[in-house]
Structures are given as structure tokens and as C-alpha cells.
Design a binder for this molecule. Structure first.
Ligand code: PEP
Ligand code: MN
Length: 372
């Protein structure tokens, strides 16, 4: 595997002039008419909180014969909205032609959508068209939960000389029944941030949720995880929107949502807080050590059970015993306030490892008996 290069990415504070956190990129899913965009932009600017105006000109739609965006016709409307409000503007680009049009018209930021990021040919085409510029590029996660594909897209932009990159988490396509339009799978943006600490990671609650009721909680969760910005869709009359009507909110509602957010900091200078946090972490370290030691002792006992079963010619898998373990441990865990899902996953892993250990022991014994 090639060495990822995106750890050299510029932190947001080194290139973004605003200091307000989180950075808020808001606007309609699609640019529809000059009036719709102008009115939405003016109300968003009036909140004093929105820092970048988004508006989709070219819309990737699942089915043909749905509204596919006003295209280049809407560029002058975006420029006018910027002039009226002073807000920088951003739109989605999916081809070299889109990039050229946006660069020609001095867009302030560009974003690459989830469907495009899933296609390395398209990403390369866009990256090549951007060569020689230093415009900030927002790279949404690909629709499928593939971290390498997301990283690969960012590498392509960086190799084309783009260093102002934002990774944007907008959830992942899924078949399971879920309250979300796109499954958040928070572990993926967390893994990305862990691997590339300076990379700005934003969240797009609108496309994760697909409905208005969940936006607040998802936006809050993103901030709690230390995400540095949010992209939220807002429309002057959301119910009449030509795309993504169910997830868009009015600028007034957006203002309330932002006001209700708790913004937390990653670090603090408060010595008392730091000392208490350190004490709590020390206790957690100790418990983790004990848990690992206990798991090791448990596996040694599993090995002993394996030897014993072998001696008495008994199968490794004992369904009744496994059921009894699941029932008793699940009940104990529930009484202690642990979630059923968590404890089931834990027990399944323990059982899997126990079977692996017993199998190893049985094979070892039979190898020995062969040599005797
Ligand atoms: C959008 O931002 O309107 C959009 C199409 O998003 P995504 O690429 O995340 O589906
Ligand atoms: Mn949308």
C-alpha cells in the first residue's frame, strides 16, 4: 500500500480567516431561481452565524427526469448573492468543465460530492483541472463506507497542489432499516482524524439525517467529536424545494439550531479540570489493564477446557453451554446498565476467541500424539 500523504494537510486555522467555530457552510441543496437563492442567502447572512453560502448548481440525481440543477445559468445568481451578503460561495463540481466555470467566476470554495468521490477517474479529472490553483476543496466521503477511497481522493487533490482540503462526513449508503438517510458510521471519520490529526473534518447533518427532526442531535454529536465545521442545507421555503425537501430547514430554524448547539473545546487551561480528568483517565487505564489480564486468564482456562475435551473426545462447540453463557451474562449486564447490543458483541468475540484457542490446543495435542 502506498504511503498516505495527507498528513501534511494545512490545518483550517492556517488558511481560513474566520475564528468563529464551528465553520458553518449553509444554503439550499439546489439553486432553483434567482429569487429563491437571493432571499435564502440574505436571511442566512442576517443570522450573523453563517460563514459560507452553499448552493448546488449541478445536481447528481439518482434517477433521470428529476431536477438536475440549473447549471451555469445559476452562476450569476451565486455571484449576486455573494455581492449582496459578503458571504464566500461554494458549489459542487463533478467535471473539469464545472471546475473551469467556477474558477473563471472566482468561486471561493468547491466541494466534490459523495457519488463523484467514489469514482477515481472523476476525482482525477477534477484534480487535474484544479492544478495550479489554491482554492479550498471539500471532499465528501464516498457513498460506500470505504475509508481508503476517501483518503485516496484527498491524496489526488493534494498531489495536484491543493493543500486547503476539508474532509466532509455525510454518512454512508446502507440497506438496513435505519432512521438515517445515510448511516453515520462515526467510526470512519474518527479513524480518519486519528490517522491525519491536522486534517479539518466537517459534518453534513442534512445528508446523514434526510429529515429535519434528527439534525440537531447529529450536529451536536459532530461537535462533541471535535469536528470543526458543519454543512447544513437551508431553503427559504423548504417544503417547496426542488430537491431534498424533507431535510432542508428555513434560515430562521437554522438560526435556532445553531444557537442551541453546545460548542466544546478540545483542550483547556483550567488546572483543576485537567487534574480531575487525569485522575479519571488513570482509573480507566488501571481498569483496562485489569480487563486485559482477566481476558488472558479466561483464555488460559479455555485452553484447559480444550485439553480436557480432547482427552474425553468431546466436541469444542457445546451449544447448551454457549446459550447459558449468553443468557446469564446478558442478564447481569442488563442489571448493570450495559446495552444489550454491546454485551452481545463482546460475548460473541469472547466465544470466537475461546473456540479458536480450544481448536489450537486440540491441534497441538494431536500433532504431539502423532510424533510419539
Ligand atoms: C448535496 O450536498 O446536495 C449533495 C448532493 O450531497 P452528497 O454528495 O453528500 O449526496
Ligand atoms: Mn442535497
Amino acid at each position: 500500500m502506498s504511503t498516505p500523504t495527507i498528513h501534511d494537510i494545512l490545518p483550517l486555522s492556517s488558511w481560513w480567516p474566520g475564528t468563529a467555530k464551528p465553520l458553518l457552510i449553509c444554503g439550499p441543496c439546489s439553486v432553483e431561481t434567482e429569487e429563491q437563492l437571493t432571499a435564502t442567502a440574505q436571511q442566512l447572512a442576517a443570522t450573523g452565524k453563517v460563514q459560507v453560502l452553499r448552493g448546488g448548481l449541478w445536481k447528481p440525481r439518482t434517477r433521470p427526469d428529476t431536477f438536475e440543477g440549473v447549471g451555469a445559468t445559476g452562476i450569476p445568481w451565486m455571484l449576486k448573492a455573494r455581492e449582496l451578503t459578503g458571504l464566500p460561495i461554494t458549489t459542487e463540481v463533478a467535471t473539469a468543465e464545472h471546475v473551469e466555470l467556477c474558477l473563471k467566476n472566482n468561486f471561493d470554495m468547491l466541494w466534490v460530492g459523495a457519488r463523484t468521490v467514489a469514482n477515481p477517474f472523476s476525482v482525477q479529472e477534477i484534480a487535474d483541472a484544479l492544478r495550479g490553483t489554491d482554492i479550498p476543496v471539500i471532499v465528501k466521503n464516498p457513498i460506500n463506507a470505504d475509508l481508503q477511497l476517501w483518503i485516496g481522493a484527498m491524496e489526488r487533490f493534494q498531489r495536484a497542489g491543493i493543500n486547503k482540503i476539508i474532509a466532509l462526513h455525510r454518512g454512508f449508503s446502507h440497506n438496513a432499516k435505519s432512521i438515517y438517510r445515510n448511516q453515520p458510521m462515526w467510526e470512519l471519520p474518527i479513524a480518519l482524524k486519528t490517522q491525519f490529526p491536522s486534517l479539518p473534518v466537517f459534518c453534513d447533518p442534512s445528508h446523514i439525517c434526510g429529515q429535519r427532526d434528527l439534525l440537531q442531535a447529529v450536529a451536536q454529536k459532530a461537535l462533541d467529536l471535535g469536528m470543526e465545521g458543519l454543512m447544513l442545507e437551508s431553503h427559504i421555503t423548504p417544503d417547496e424545494a426542488w430537491s431534498d425537501a424533507k431535510q432542508q430547514i428555513t434560515p430562521a430554524r437554522l438560526n435556532e439550531l445553531i444557537e442551541a448547539l453546545h460548542v466544546r473545546t478540545a483542550t483547556t487551561n483550567d488546572i483543576l479540570f485537567s487534574n480531575e480528568l487525569q485522575a479519571l483517565r488513570a482509573s480507566i487505564d488501571k481498569i483496562d489493564e485489569e480487563i486485559i489480564q482477566l481476558i488472558s486468564s479466561r483464555m488460559q482456562l479455555s485452553a484447559e477446557v480444550g485439553r480436557y475435551k480432547k482427552k474425553h473426545n468431546i466436541t469444542i462447540l457445546q451449544v447448551e453451554r454457549w446459550k447459558e453463557i449468553m443468557d446469564t451474562r446478558s442478564m447481569l449486564a442488563a442489571n448493570l446498565g450495559l446495552s444489550a447490543d454491546f454485551i452481545t458483541k463482546y460475548l460473541e468475540q469472547i466465544h470466537k476467541e475461546s473456540i479458536r484457542t480450544q481448536t489450537r490446543v486440540m491441534n497441538e495435542t494431536s500433532a504431539k500424539s502423532k510424533t510419539l
